[in-house]
Each structure stands twice: as C-alpha cells, then as structure tokens.
Design a protein around this ligand. Structure first.
Ligand code: CP
Ligand code: NVA
Length: 303
C-alpha cells in the first residue's frame, strides 16, 4: 500500500520521530562526506504550478544524493496546462516514476492526483498546507531546544498554508501554538478543529503581543502568499502592526529563536535587523528542508 504525504497529519507521532532521527543521521553523514545512496534507480517527478527556490533545489539535490533522479516539470509545460485531466496525468506518471511531488494552487488538485496515482505523492505546498516546510521546522526546533514537547510557538501574521501545517503539527509534537492574525485572516476553523481533535494545543489571538510573550519560537511568513497577489494592497493594510520587530522579540523567552520559511519581505512581516539578527535560524530551516525531505523520500519510496 503506497503512502502519501499531503498533510503533516499523514504521519503518526512515532513516524515523525523516525523521520527526524533519519534526517539528523543523513545530515551528519553528509557533513562527513559519506554517501547515502538508498534510492538507486528511483525517479521523483516534481510538478510545479507555482514558483519555488528551496523546494525545487532541496528535492532535486536530495534525490541526487540518494542515488536517484528528479524531473523538474513546470505544470504549464505539461499537458495539464492545456487541460489534460489530473487523474489521467496521475496514472500516466505512475507508470514512469517512483514518486511525485506537486506544488499546486488548490489542495484538492494534490488530493485528486494522489487518489489516482499508484506511487507516493508529496505535497510541495498547496493553498491549505506546506507539510515539508513544517517537517524541516520541527527538525530545526528540535536541534535548537533538544525537544518539541512544551515548546511555545508564537505565529504572527497570516493564517496561511505554513501556519495550518504548524497548527496541525502540534498534535504530533506537543508544541503549544498561539496564532495572532488580523480579523479575517485567521486559519480555517476546520484546521483548528482537526488539530484539537488530534490532541493539538492551539490558541487564536488578535494581538501579536499575546502570541510572542514568553514564546520559545517566533515565526511568521509572507502576508501575500502565491495566489493572493490580487489582494496585495488590502493585505498590506490589514497586516499593519503585525511586523516582527526587535522590540517584539524582547518580550519572548530569553533563548527565543526567529523562524521564517522564506522568501521573506523585509519591512513587511519582519524587520531586517530581526531576520539578520542572532535569534534568526532561517537558513538552518532552509538547509533542513534537504535533510528532512531526504528522510521522507527514503521512507515513502524506499520500499
Ligand atoms: N519555503 C519554501 O517552500 O520556499 P520555496 O517557495 O522557494 O520553495
Ligand atoms: N505562504 C507562502 C509560502 C511560500 C513558501 C506561499 O504560499 O506563497
């Protein structure tokens, strides 16, 4: 039976622990210059409906380092771009490759692809979730604090795809997530309900102050996610006051870290001094995408 990774809740807490320890092992081996060719002859198709720097590079390099191959496929260049059905593309691709990573506008596109594919399907970001990002973020938090249980995470900004995966992950990690958004930009209630029904601890607040106070991790993301560009002006007005500043960070725990999935917009969701400052772990986060996804690829496609 093939396994997919479309939501962060597609893995159990035990599987998450396994993936994180494999990711650290792969990271150490890479640093020692030792090869880890555990997917020889396997091919990952990577379908992108939207732009990407980290996801594309980390999956492509990751597959190469595991001894396999990755195919970069711009959705516009595939027949999908001319209206070929997702379900047909999914069945065709399954005849050629050992796994598919998709970055799509609509989460339902990835779900439909996975329903018809006979190989594992990985969500490389949708409007609803970004589970690969959160896998790397949890790895980064664990590296920093040695644990996730009881870690207080304050999210300030848009209740977007990255925020949703973070909220859901609280059910696996024991992290306490507090989310501060302007009214109208809260994460969907079904995400909150799902996290809580799986044992996650999540609190929604309006003011950034309540989210950052005593937090171990302060995290944000762009105010204008891919696909929401038409709302840019309204969003910039709505998020006024939600910029992560050095003053805000001072209200967090003394050893707090600042996280951002990138790309960042200095002067909007975060100031330059915070992202460039000593609390910022944003480039460790970006690096951990590689290690965490290699562990995920080996888990799903290793057989
Ligand atoms: N964080 C992230 O997914 O970055 P890319 O959009 O560059 O892949
Ligand atoms: N929320 C952002 C994340 C980019 C990695 C977006 O969807 O554009």
């Amino acid at each position: 039976m093939k396994r997919d990774f479309i939501s962060i809740l597609d893995v159990t807490a035990g599987e998450l622990d396994f993936l994180l320890s494999e990711a650290s092992r792969l990271k150490s081996m890479r640093r020692e210059g030792r090869a880890t060719p555990c997917l020889p002859g396997k091919t990952l198709a990577m379908i992108f409906e939207k732009s990407s720097t980290r996801t594309r590079i980390s999956f492509e390099v990751g597959m190469a380092e595991l001894g396999g191959t990755a195919l970069f496929l711009n959705a516009q260049d595939l027949q999908i771009g001319r209206g070929e059905e997702i379900r047909d593309t999914a069945r065709v691709a399954s005849r050629y490759v050992s796994g598919v990573m998709i970055r799509a506008y609509r989460h339902s596109t990835i779900e439909e692809f996975a329903r018809y594919a006979t190989v594992p399907v990985i969500n490389g970001l949708s409007d609803l979730e970004h589970p690969c990002q959160i896998l790397a973020d949890i790895m980064t938090i664990k590296e920093h604090f040695g644990k996730t249980d009881g870690i207080r995470v304050g999210w300030v900004g848009d209740g977007d795809n990255v925020c949703n995966s973070l909220i859901l992950s609280s059910a696996l990690t024991g992290m306490e997530v507090t989310v501060a958004t302007p009214r109208g930009y809260e994460p969907p209630s079904r995400v909150i309900d799902s996290a809580r029904s799986h044992g996650g601890r999540v609190t929604l607040v309006g003011d950034p102050e309540s989210a950052v106070r005593d937090a171990h991790v302060i995290v944000t993301d762009t105010w204008v996610s891919m696909g929401t560009e038409a709302e840019r002006d309204a969003r910039l007005r709505a998020f006024f006051g939600y910029t992560i500043t050095a003053e805000m960070i001072e209200r967090a725990a003394p050893d707090a870290i600042f996280m951002h999935c990138l790309p960042a917009h200095r002067g909007q969701e975060v100031t330059d001094d915070v992202i460039e400052g000593p609390r910022s772990v944003v480039f460790d986060e970006a690096e951990n995408r590689l290690h965490a996804q290699k562990a995920l690829l080996a888990f799903l496609m290793g057989g």
